[in-house]
Design a binder for this molecule. Structure first.
Ligand SMILES: Nc1ncnc2c1ncn2[C@@H]1O[C@H](COP(=O)(O)OP(=O)(O)OP(=O)(O)O)[C@@H](O)[C@H]1O
Ligand SMILES: [Mg+2]
Length: 317
C-alpha cells in the first residue's frame, strides 16, 4: 500500500503544509481522585480529587495531531466568553496551533469533564450548547477565516455536531477552492456536497444514507459518493481497518494494530494524517495507508495520543 521510502518522501514535506481546521472546539477535563467512603447524603461515592488535568478535544485534537506531525496549523471555531475559553486558547498556543477563536456570549465553551477514581471513569459531566451558531457569529467566523485563507493549502472540517458547521460556513469553505477534508456528523450530511473527501466510521456511513446494516459497505460508500457528488471516500472500519473508494474502485486496507488499549481519538488521527499526506502530494491509497498505520499506533497507546513523524515512519515495515 505504501513503501517505507515513499512514506519517507511524503513525511519530509509535512512541515511545509499549512492546514486550517474548522469545527467544534472541546475542552477535555479530567478529575483524578480516590474513593474512601460512600456519601452520607446519597448512595454515591465521595471522590477526593487529587489532580486536575486538561486536554484539547474535538476539532482541537485534530489540530494537535497536525501540529505534532510538524504541520503549520490554524484552528477556527467558537468559544464562550468564559474561563474555559481562555484555558483552551492557552493550550492551543502552547501546542503551536494558531487560534482563530470567536467569542459567543450566548454559549459556554464546550467542556467534557471525566471523574476518574480507582482507575475507572465514574462519571462524565458535559457543559455545552449545541444550537447552530447565530447568523452574526457565523459572519464573524467567516470574516476571521478570510484574513488567513490565502496562507493555507487545505481545510479540515471536524464536525462534532455542536453547531459550528452550518450551511453558510460550509458553502464559504467550499468556495475558497481549497481541498476540503471532512470528519462528518451524519445529521449534517447534506452540507458536505462537493467536498474533497470525508472519513465517516462504519456507523456514521450507514446513518448518512439511512441504509440497512446488512447491506455491504461497498454499496453504502457508492450511495454516499453519488449523493454528495464526490469521487473519493474513506470509511473507517475499526478493527477491520478501512475501505477506500477511489478511481471507481474499493480498496480494503487491513488494520495494523498489534495491541489495542484505547480507541478514542483514532478518527482524529485518520483525518489528520490523511489531510497532511494528501497535501504533501501523496495519492489517496498512500494517504489512507499512512493514516491506517498512524491510527493502528495510537489505539495501542493508553489515552488519546498524537503521533509524530519519526514514530509514524518507524511503524511502517
Ligand atoms: N480495534 C482496532 N484494532 C486496530 N485498529 C483499529 C481499531 N480500532 C480502530 N483502529 C484504527 O483506527 C481507525 C479509525 O477507527 P474507527 O473506525 O473506530 O474510527 P472512529 O469511530 O471515527 O474513531 P473515534 O472513536 O476516534 O471517533 C481504523 O480505520 C483503524 O485504522
Ligand atoms: Mg470519529
Amino acid at each position: 500500500m505504501i513503501t517505507k521510502s515513499s512514506a519517507e518522501k511524503i513525511l519530509k514535506k509535512f512541515p511545509e503544509n499549512k492546514i486550517l481546521v474548522v469545527g467544534d472546539l472541546i475542552l477535555d477535563k479530567y478529575l483524578w481522585g480516590e474513593v474512601e467512603r460512600i456519601s452520607p447524603e446519597a448512595p454515591v461515592p465521595v471522590v477526593d480529587v487529587k489532580k486536575e488535568t486538561v486536554n484539547l478535544g474535538g476539532a482541537c485534537n485534530v489540530a494537535w495531531n497536525i501540529s505534532k506531525l510538524d504541520g503549520q496549523v490554524y484552528i477556527a471555531g467558537v468559544v464562550g466568553d468564559d474561563m474555559n475559553g481562555k484555558i483552551l486558547e492557552e493550550l492551543l498556543i502552547e501546542k503551536n496551533i494558531k487560534p482563530i477563536l470567536i467569542k459567543d456570549k450566548n454559549r459556554p465553551t464546550t467542556e467534557k469533564t471525566r471523574i476518574i477514581a480507582v482507575s475507572q471513569q465514574l462519571m462524565r459531566i458535559d457543559r455545552e450548547k449545541k444550537d447552530a451558531l447565530s447568523s452574526k457569529v457565523q459572519n464573524r467566523l467567516i470574516s476571521s477565516i478570510k484574513e488567513i485563507v490565502d496562507k493555507i493549502d487545505s481545510v479540515v472540517v471536524s464536525d462534532y455536531g455542536k453547531g459550528v458547521v452550518t450551511k453558510k460556513i460550509m458553502d464559504f469553505i467550499k468556495q475558497t477552492g481549497k481541498p476540503v477534508f471532512v470528519d462528518p456528523k451524519p445529521s449534517n450530511f447534506k452540507l458536505y456536497r462537493n467536498i474533497t473527501i470525508m472519513t465517516p466510521n462504519r456507523k456514521e456511513a450507514y446513518e448518512c444514507v439511512k441504509m440497512d446494516r446488512n447491506k455491504p459497505v461497498e454499496k453504502v460508500g457508492k450511495e454516499i459518493m453519488k449523493k454528495l457528488n464526490i469521487k473519493d471516500l474513506l470509511i473507517t472500519l475499526g478493527a477491520e481497518g478501512m475501505a477506500l473508494f477511489t478511481d471507481g474502485k474499493v480498496i480494503k486496507i487491513p488494520a495494523k494494530a498489534r495491541k489495542v488499549y484505547d480507541v478514542t481519538g483514532a478518527g482524529d488521527t485518520v483525518i489528520s494524517v490523511l489531510a497532511m499526506a494528501k497535501t504533501s502530494g501523496a495519492n489517496w491509497t498512500e494517504a489512507a495507508s499512512l493514516a491506517n498505520y498512524a491510527a493502528g499506533y495510537v489505539v495501542g497507546e493508553i489515552g488519546t495520543v498524537a503521533i509524530d513523524r519519526d514514530t509514524l515512519l518507524s511503524v511502517i515495515p
